[in-house]
Design a protein around this ligand. Structure first.
Ligand SMILES: [Zn+2]
Length: 256
């Protein structure tokens, strides 16, 4: 078995400045401190996750805007295409007008008939373009209805999104207020702990996920759940030294 780690031996001799700080009392204070620190650690983690939660909500909401954006693009594309068709139709009408103007200056009947056919063809082309423009308007009307519906839907989605965001922000504020309370309570306990011991405790606290002092329960460490030998348990009960878990290095104590 490996040696029992003795972390720190507090001053015990009479006349010492901190004789009233016997080890048992200090352990009791450390346990109180740990209760606060466990909550501080959990709240700190919760608060640190908030920006990510808000970002996820924002991303999800942005994604919901995509359908509307697609419809709006489709509507704009249709308008653009229609504009082109309208120009085409105007050019076609211009062509028909020009051909019609030339019609009566023709000399032969054959030329006249050919020109008449050309005019009829051009007019037919014009009708096709007109039909396409009409269909495009119909399509635009349908899309407009869809856009209106999508806008309404998005308004509801936005309300939900803003509510959820607000809830997260309020929780963040709540955490901030609670952390201030805990910090004030922490400051009241600190004078009851030897500074060197506190330093060791905090070192373990930061390296061991917010848990520096663990109770031994059913012969195992409350931090890492590894078995604590009977010999070590006896040492803990003697309150002569700070005893740490040989696996996770947390300070060990026995609940009474
Ligand atoms: Zn352990």
């Amino acid at each position: 078995m490996s040696e029992v780690r003795v972390l720190y031996r507090p001053p015990t001799s009479k006349g010492d400045k901190i004789t009233d700080m016997d080890l048992k009392n200090q352990i009791i204070n450390l346990v109180k401190l740990q209760e606060l620190d466990s909550e501080i650690y959990a709240l700190g983690n919760e608060r640190a996750a908030k920006p990510q939660e808000i970002k996820a909500l924002e991303d999800a909401f942005e994604l919901k805007k995509q359908d509307l954006a697609a419809l709006e693009k489709k509507s704009l594309d249709l308008q653009k295409q229609r504009k082109e068709k309208e120009l085409e139709l105007a050019a076609n009408a211009e062509g028909v007008k020009k051909l019609s103007g030339q019609l009566f200056s023709l000399k032969t009947n054959k030329e006249f008939q050919t020109m008449q056919q050309q005019i009829a063809d051009a007019k037919a082309d014009g009708s096709v373009i007109e039909e396409k423009i009409l269909l495009s308007f119909e399509e635009s009307d349908k899309i407009k209805v869809q856009i209106d519906a999508e806008n309404l839907k998005l308004k509801d989605e936005e309300k939900i999104f803003l509510q959820q965001k607000k809830t997260i922000e309020l929780r963040g504020e709540e955490i901030g207020a609670r952390l201030s309370q805990l910090d004030a309570q922490r400051k009241q306990i600190l004078p009851g702990i030897d500074p060197k011991m506190l330093q060791e405790y905090e070192k373990i606290l930061h390296s061991r996920a917010g848990l520096a002092i663990a109770a031994v329960k059913d012969n195992s460490c409350g931090g890492c759940h590894m078995q604590v030998p009977a010999q070590v348990i006896n040492l803990i009960k003697m309150y002569e030294h700070i005893i740490t878990c040989e696996v996770c290095n947390r300070i060990l104590y026995i609940k009474e």
